[in-house]
Design a protein around this ligand. Structure first.
Ligand SMILES: CC(C)(COP(=O)(O)OP(=O)(O)OC[C@H]1O[C@@H](n2cnc3c(N)ncnc32)[C@H](O)[C@@H]1OP(=O)(O)O)[C@@H](O)C(=O)NCCC(=O)NCCS
Length: 158
């Protein structure tokens, strides 16, 4: 999982980090998710090989916003463009609905075309562009704020 995240950093597709993540810090994140059912990490497994992962993280702790989640999603470079991202995103959207979320938020570098395409393909809306927003090693980058409104879970039919 750490390798996959670091590929996104190397490819300059990660919105907030220009430094690679250590295995220990990834382990801490995974352990935290194990003990926090509201904030799962989903892993795409292709024949016992981790092809990608997606995290549903806290967006804002204020009570009026605590049913909004922020999504982070990463697919291994060699597995990109084969539909893994779409499946992971769908699974995360379904999990979020089951967990009672009403909305998901994402923040994607404007230069990250594949990230924006994935959002368009999975029902997200582009809210607007933050100008000169993310400060990475090579300067300030514009960031697209995207949102996905979770449809209400329909009651089981009797
Ligand atoms: C963004 C990312 C998760 C997409 O995952 P993926 O497995 O490559 O995406 P998919 O193959 O499922 O494609 C999903 C949709 O996005 C579009 N898409 C994604 N990559 C594309 C590409 N290289 N060329 C054309 N379309 C592409 C397609 O429209 C596709 O829709 P379709 O199924 O109707 O064809 C992946 O590129 C990635 O890990 N990038 C680095 C990390 C990142 O940018 N994360 C998002 C910001 S946190």
């Amino acid at each position: 999982m750490c390798e996959i995240f670091n590929e996104a950093v190397q490819d300059r597709l990660e919105t907030f980090d220009s430094d690679p993540r250590s295995v220990d810090s990834q382990r801490l994140m995974n352990a935290a998710a194990d003990h926090d059912p509201k904030h799962p990490i989903l892993v795409a497994d292709v024949r016992n090989w981790i092809a990608g992962w997606a995290a549903l993280a806290t967006y804002d702790n204020r009570i009026s916003l605590d049913d909004i989640g922020e999504v982070f999603i990463y697919v291994r470079r060699s597995f990109r463009s084969y539909g893994v991202g779409r499946q992971l995103m769908r699974a995360l959207q379904e999990s979020a609905a089951m967990l009672g979320y009403r909305k998901l938020i994402g923040r994607i570098l404007v230069a990250n075309h594949d990230g924006l395409l994935l959002c368009r393909a999975t029902g997200w809306r582009e809210v607007g562009r933050h100008t000169a927003h993310a400060r990475l090693q090579d300067g300030l980058h514009d960031v697209m704020l995207v949102e996905y409104l979770i449809p209400p879970v329909s009651a089981p039919q009797t």
